[in-house]
Write a protein that binds this ligand. Sequence first.
Ligand code: DGT
Ligand code: CA
Ligand code: CA
Length: 366
Amino acid sequence: MVMRNRIVLHVDFDYFYAQCEEIRNPQLKGKPVVVCIFSDRGGDSGAVATANYTARKFGVKSGIPISFAKSRLQENLESVFLPADFDYYSDVSSSAMNIMESFADVFEYVGRDEAYLDVTDRTDVNFEQAGHIAQQLKNEIRQKLKMTCSIGVSPNKLISKIASNHKKPDGLTIIKTDQIMTFLKPLEIRVIPGIGKKTESIFKDLNCEKIEDVLKFDVFELNKKFGRKNGTYIYNAVRGIHEGQVRPRAPTIQFSKIITLKENSKNLQFLSDNLKILCEQVHSISIEKQKMFRSIGIQFVNEDLSTKTKSKMLKNPTNSIIELERISKQLLLESLSDHELMVRRLGLRISELTDVEGQSDITSYF
Ligand code: DGT
Ligand code: CA
Ligand code: CA
């Protein structure tokens, strides 16, 4: 089968949570802004979710402890630390997704701040056209949301993902088919999605730092080092080859809450008490948004930060808090039955949402 040439856009919003905060409060612009996930354990315990580019100049980035970020920015009296407001970021995200969707033949939601857009048909596989579309999309996002994003345009998802990250913030990087190798060769190996510190350090031991250096290995050598699946992926990726298609996927809407427990525990009573609070919180969101739910799930984040989830699909949608409490308690019991580790954070999520009776739209019947 001959694969038709395609054009794929990858769109990724710049410093997303922090940029959401900037549009809500434009006075923040220009100051270092750090969005934090405080861990309910008081003080500065918790981690940085993201930071704007001003804060990044001071070495503040996703994942570092809040206390570390504060010490990095202590000289800077203008710096602002804000608690993450996920409901608000989700609202901004849905507006962004709606805009992006209208620019695509096929639209694939990836996460709150990123998506793939297949524009093959509407551009007739013309890169100049695709560049215009990308620019128009950036303009509309700037106009309607007052935000910037970075876009990669290329013949496949892999190259577009690397390209969107190539010039940030507010970048637009277009890589035509015949430019792929010139683009890839000088880049660090770690720009390839899925290549983490571990793979990178194995390559470093082999004297490979750039993508160009990996080209000398044949697929058998790579398979031997990394296993067949990963080896073949790397072999193709460094050559810009990736067959993954843009698949239609809309954001799965769900409502969830997670709390950090006062202490690590696997005591049923203690966890049930916390779960009850979560049920009330999640339930009140479903009432406010006028949604019924069919799926209920709970999540443990354990003391070693590993996670465990369990969920249940109901026969019929409900919006009863009694049902929510009953099923989630049952999930808690099941999850604890063979659980060795202490639980650090407990989460509850409802999904498979439908509008409350009388408001359902026709598509929910298919
Ligand atoms: P960018 O794309 O480099 O300009 O910056 P971000 O902040 O948009 O980074 P990205 O696209 O990797 O992640 C999107 C959002 O996801 C980000 O605004 C916050 C959240 N996020 C990213 N990394 C972490 C992390 O390590 N921990 C937590 N809690 N959230 C994260
Ligand atoms: Ca981003
Ligand atoms: Ca992203």
